[in-house]
Design a protein around this ligand. Structure first.
Ligand code: GDP
Ligand code: MN
Length: 391
């Protein structure tokens, strides 16, 4: 789960990370009002969306008076902002953050990520900040410092100091820098984060360190015990089909192709997507209906897949272990009874109760396309779409 910049800054500030004074606004008038509360004579107005790259996309602006803040904020509210990190539909701007502007002498990069291969939290840092980490690793790979944190010892003082010196901080700044590093690490650990990023962390003209941007992501599976974080969820920033599926307990990721997939098990789902590609097609989604799927659950999965207008055929691929092919078949039949389905549906069933399942499909009288193997199912799905187009 992602949260907004202003929310990440609030959390990090509680752990001791210095952030600029700022205030949130839900309207252009409120944005202008915030600048008076904050004081000073220069402000930064920032679109709050779950994406980086806002600067380049026109979502960050330094303003000098409240008319300018109001006018700029008015262009942001209600807009779908497309950045390098969003898809072409972009993300809706419903909140705007206003901050006192900081002077920038240097921009640095600081990130804490979960490194799955070493099963450790990894600190990634660079004295060349401001750009996204992907660009940084492409353009200045040797300017990136990496450090692994051992969970048994935690983030040690010497590691924090080594990092600070490695980034070129002078003796006077090291204490402040290590305080920031340790604060990020504690926030990461205390809230089950999967990522904490400050980009840029800046050195101001006065030599002070300030987090100008902040980003945090969290482990969805830990949200049951982090209600304080779960509360920060902003549904307007999520893909509605994905969010709806997650709420119904389905694991769903929407993709760019046109073959809707309904599969049990993440491994089989991956294999099926590979086979679709091998057959010359493109999956429209990844959907794992899970083990022990009832007919109702299969029906819900159909609703989810059909909510995507790109879907031109549906491939149901079940290798039943805990699942039962007859229940899945029952769900498929119910989907046809309860929904208007006028695209080809390809069904491949294997495993527990497969005979009963096939019997239900055969006796349903529905024009379903059946397949024996995964390869055949993938080929028939691609062919069904091609056939529809030439017909
Ligand atoms: P992002 O593009 O979504 O990552 O948004 P950021 O919050 O990182 O802002 C993008 C860029 O705007 C930063 O890299 C800075 O160069 C600039 N910026 C942000 N806040 C300030 C500020 O207070 N003063 C100045 N001068 N520039 C800022
Ligand atoms: Mn940034």
């Amino acid at each position: 789960m992602d949260i907004h910049e202003y929310q990440a800054k609030e959390i990090l500030a509680r752990f001791g990370v210095p952030i600029p004074r700022g205030g949130l606004a839900y309207s252009p008038e409120q944005a202008a009002y915030r600048s008076h509360e904050i004081g000073g004579d220069k402000w930064v107005v920032k679109a709050q969306i779950h994406s980086g790259g806002r600067g380049e996309a026109g979502g960050v602006k330094v303003c000098g008076n409240d008319a300018e803040i109001r006018d700029y904020a008015a262009t942001l509210f209600g807009k779908r902002m497309v950045t390098k990190q969003t898809d072409e539909r972009g993300k809706l701007v419903g909140r705007v953050y206003v901050e006192e502007a900081s002077s920038i002498a240097q921009e640095l990069y600081l990130g804490f990520v979960l490194d799955r291969s070493s099963e450790r939290i990894m600190v990634v840092a660079s004295a060349e900040g401001g750009m996204e980490i992907e660009d940084l690793s492409e353009n200045h790979p040797d300017a990136i410092l990496r450090m692994l944190i051992d969970p048994a010892t935690g983030f040690l003082d010497y590691q924090a100091r080594e990092l600070a010196f490695g980034l070129g901080f002078d003796a006077g700044q090291v204490a402040e820098a290590t305080k920031i590093f340790r604060a990020c690490y504690r926030a990461f650990r205390d809230y089950d984060a999967t990522m904490v990023e400050i980009n840029p962390l800046v050195v101001t003209n006065e030599g002070k360190l300030v987090a100008l941007d902040a980003k945090m992501s969290f482990d969805d599976n830990a949200m049951f015990r982090r209600s304080e974080i779960a509360e920060l969820r902003d549904m307007s920033q999520e893909d509605p089909v994905e969010a709806g599926a997650a709420d119904r307990g389905l694991s769903y990721v929407s993709l760019d192709g046109n073959i809707g997939c309904m599969i049990n098990g993440a491994g089989l789902a991956m294999a099926t997507m590979d086979m679709i590609k091998l057959a010359g097609g493109m999956p429209a989604n990844f959907l794992d209906i899970g083990g022990g799927a009832s007919p109702e659950r299969v029906l819900t999965a159909f609703r989810t897949v059909l909510a995507d207008p790109k879907v031109e055929a549906i491939l149901v691929n079940i290798f039943a272990g805990i699942n039962r092919c007859d229940w899945v078949a029952e769900g498929v039949v119910q989907a046809f009874q309860k929904m208007q389905i006028d695209i080809p549906v390809i069904v491949r069933l294997s495993g527990t109760n497969v005979e009963e399942g096939r019997k239900i499909i055969d006796e349903s009288g529905l024009s379903l396309i059946t397949a024996e193997t995964l390869a055949e199912a993938a080929e028939k799905s691609v062919a069904a779409i091609a056939g529809k187009k030439t017909a």
